[in-house]
Design a protein around this ligand. Structure first.
Ligand code: NAD
Length: 494
């Protein structure tokens, strides 16, 4: 596909990377955007500008809907096996291009290369999984209780889908939506975050090379998501909104979607408790804590936010966590020995400084880190706070950085109350060697996902999603494809 503007990874970073189009992908064209303005993409490790992408206006957003509509009928009519094979080809191409894709993610997001490599494989996995699900979208047949007729239920593509994604997993959050949408027979428009648009264009280019027909996936980037998305949601042709991002923006979009009654899935913020009981295997709990806290430098909706540690192991857990987190090297994402990369921008650093400052003012003690390093880039060091007091902002808000806030507790009842005392309910971590206790606690935690003696829940084959204000709907597994379908019921007799 011809694009007037491109981004090329520095050859010192990835010699084999292709040029990535940076104009809007609308149908079979790469367009510069009607207002010709550009959005700068910043390297968070240096604060320098990496390149730029096109800026979509309201008119461009509506053109993207035209393109998705033009492709919709043919895509819905494409045989499931064919759709599956195309998705499988996307999986293979993403894996084949994983080296430079990871470098690209690391450059524009700032995350450590090891995290970026993990993300690319996770992103690819959604194509593989939904290639398999595309041919298994089964309906239902039953006899009505009166015996008067048959009840036939079929699952049809819901229609044109608007997919809005955040910057923290620029590849995986996009493919977690695109793959099930396409598997279900929907065409879509992806609107990635302004901070990390290059990965989105790179993934789309790979999909087109894999044979996905033009118009099935469209990508627009904009500096003014509020106006462009509002116009698109009010156009009347979008039938699905799938959003991943903050709870604040999610609430706003639900209000917008209400006007045209658009089916909406929401993957929103989290405030995960990480509970360690006295009877836990501490080595396992520390290993899990390092994943739950430090994956992506803490910039994950699933990041452990509040560590509740039972008093009998509080000191041991603290010492071991400090040792492990203290050994993580802070640095530029692409440097091979970096364990914790840069945060996304200066606002993220400032927010963490303020959360740590508030916690300390209320009586918490800093036992590791806690000082913003001087120099270029948006860095905050691995930090451990102990004895964090109730009411501290750090226990209420998403930290979104490498800061662990520890609170001791005494009883099971007490920790369940503490863990549930939040508007969020995405994921909770529980460590205990008593499986019965672990399962009972899991049942009582108000959370869409529980990691029981595990530091990671993300898996393309599992239903990912939250309760309370962490979201609506599920992504991944067979649940994820249903989000892009409508059940059609046919009453008949024969
Ligand atoms: P954000 O809500 O600021 O932005 C997310 C997306 O929404 C971006 O594409 C942005 O351009 C767009 N957006 C912002 N304002 C908008 C508006 N008024 N109208 C339409 N679109 C708008 O979130 P972020 O800072 O990019 O990402 C971090 C957040 O995402 C965290 O809260 C994190 O927990 C959440 N997240 C959740 C999951 C999950 O699966 N539950 C996964 C990853 C991230």
């Amino acid at each position: 596909m011809k694009s007037a503007n491109h981004f090329t990874l520095p050859t010192s970073v990835a010699a084999s990377a292709p040029a990535i189009p940076t104009d809007l992908l609308i149908g079979d064209k790469c367009l510069p955007g009607t207002d010709k303005a550009r959005i700068d993409v910043i390297n968070p490790s240096t604060g320098e500008t990496l390149g730029s992408v096109a800026n979509a206006s309201v008119a461009d957003g509506l053109s993207a809907i035209d393109a998705a509509q033009n492709a919709a009928k043919a895509w819905a009519a494409t045989a499931p096996r064919k759709r599956a094979e195309l998705l499988r080809a996307c999986y293979e191409r993403i894996v084949a291009n994983s080296e430079w894709l990871a470098q690209l993610i690391s450059l524009e997001n700032g995350k450590a290369l090891s995290d970026a490599k993990g993300e690319v494989l996770y992103a690819a996995e959604f194509f593989r999984w939904y290639a398999e699900e595309a041919v298994r979208l089964e309906g239902e047949l039953s006899v009505s209780p009166s015996g008067a007729n048959r009840i036939v239920v079929m699952y049809q593509p819901i229609g044109i889908s608007l997919l809005i994604t955040p910057w923290n997993f620029p590849a995986a959050m996009a493919t977690r939506k695109i793959a099930p949408a396409l598997a279900a027979g929907c065409t879509c428009i992806l609107k990635p975050a302004e901070e990390t648009p290059l990965t989105a264009y790179a993934v789309a280019q790979i999909m087109l090379e894999a044979g996905i027909p033009p118009g099935v996936v469209n990508v627009i980037t904009t500096k003014d998501p509020a106006s462009v998305v509002r116009a698109m949601l009010h156009d009347g042709r979008i039938r699905k909104l799938s959003f991943t991002g903050s709870t604040e923006v999610g609430r706003l979009l639900l209000r917008e979607a209400a006007d045209t009654v658009i089916n909406s899935s929401m993957e929103l913020g989290g405030n995960a408790p990480f509970i360690v009981f006295d009877d836990a295997n501490i080595a396992d709990a520390i290993a899990g804590a390092m994943v739950a806290k430090m994956r992506n430098g803490g910039e994950a909706c699933t990041a452990a936010n509040r560590f509740y540690v039972q008093r009998g192991v509080y000191e041991t857990f603290t010492q071991q966590l400090v040792a492990k987190m203290g050994a993580v090297k802070l640095g530029e994402g692409c440097s091979p020995d970096t364990g914790c990369g840069a945060l996304i921008n200066q606002a993220a650093v400032t927010k963490i400084e303020s959360l740590v400052g508030d916690a300390v003012k209320r009586g918490a003690r800093v036992v590791l880190g806690g000082q913003t390093p001087k120099g270029a880039g948006f860095f905050y060091p691995p930090t451990v706070l102990i004895d964090v007091q109730p009411g501290s902002e750090i226990l209420k808000q998403e930290i979104f950085g490498p800061v662990a806030a520890l609170v001791p507790f005494d009883s099971v009842e007490e920790v369940i109350e503490l863990a549930n005392d939040t508007e969020y309910g995405l994921v909770a971590y529980v460590y205990t060697n008593d499986l019965r206790k672990g399962l009972r606690v899991s049942e009582q935690l108000e959370s869409g996902m529980i990691a029981l003696n595990r530091g990671l829940v993300s898996d393309a084959a599992a239903p990912f999603g939250g309760v309370k204000q962490s979201g609506l709907g599920r992504e991944g597994s067979h649940h994820g494809i249903r989000e892009f379908t409508e059940a059609k019921y046919i009453a008949t007799e024969w």
